[in-house]
Design a protein around this ligand. Structure first.
Ligand SMILES: [Cu+2]
Length: 222
């Protein structure tokens, strides 16, 4: 009993460890701009647009903005602020110390800008589309066991037909034999019953005949 409980606890522990490992592996750290980092240049807008288009962002992932403190900053802003490079109001807080790590907490489109000088207007801004966590792929393996269930339900309908034929053959042979055997018994019994009445009638008549003969003999003698 105790051994079974220990085994169950062990299995649950291993399962939770596997889930934790899978969850931690699913999280990705994205270094914004790759080797270029978080900076400004003539083609900054193109650089960050191309970089983000080649990434898959999931909730729980981390963005790393590589910059030297005092030369840039980064803050998440609304779409309106992103479009107008308005660095006055932020979602969360403006991060002025580099490198800056930001964990993505919600799905949807997120916008980031640098508030230094004209950096945003020159193209130092980032727009990313974040998908919800990779739980759908992990939910797909559990879906395969349910797929195995339909075959078992299909097998169940097949078994009834195989079981039903045996009963009918076994039932039919007994019924003819039972129906056949009663008729001989009933036919014998009626035929056997009638003979007794004739026998008894003849015996009565014989008895009456013998009594008559006896009375005749007695009368003849006396
Ligand atoms: Cu900047």
């Amino acid at each position: 009993m105790a051994g079974r409980i220990d085994a169950a606890i062990g299995c649950m522990f291993l399962l939770s460890v596997a889930i934790l490992l899978q969850t931690s592996l699913a999280q990705t750290t994205h270094v914004v701009g790759g080797s270029i980092g978080w900076t400004v240049s003539a083609d900054s807008a193109v650089v960050y647009t191309n970089w983000s288009s080649n990434q898959t962002f999931l909730v729980g992932d981390t963005l790393v903005f590589n910059f030297v403190t005092g030369t840039h900053d980064v803050g998440e802003v609304s779409k309106a602020a992103y479009d107008s490079c308005n660095g006055t109001t932020f979602i969360g807080s403006l991060i002025t110390t580099g490198p800056a790590s930001i964990v993505i907490k919600t799905a949807g489109v997120h916008y980031y800008i640098c508030t230094f000088g004209m950096h945003c207007s020159y193209g130092q801004h980032l727009m990313i589309n974040v998908k919800s966590t990779a739980t759908p792929p992990t939910a797909t393996p559990p879906a395969s066991p349910p797929v195995a269930t339909p075959p078992t339900t299909i097998v169940a309908p097949i078994s009834p037909p195989t079981t039903s034929p045996p009963p009918s053959p076994t039932v039919s042979p007994p019924s003819p034999s039972t129906t056949a055997s009663p008729p001989p018994l009933t036919s014998d019994s009626p035929s056997s019953l009638p003979p007794p009445p004739p026998k008894s009638a003849s015996s009565v008549s014989v008895a009456g005949f013998s009594a008559t003969v006896f009375s005749i003999i007695v009368a003849f003698l006396f």
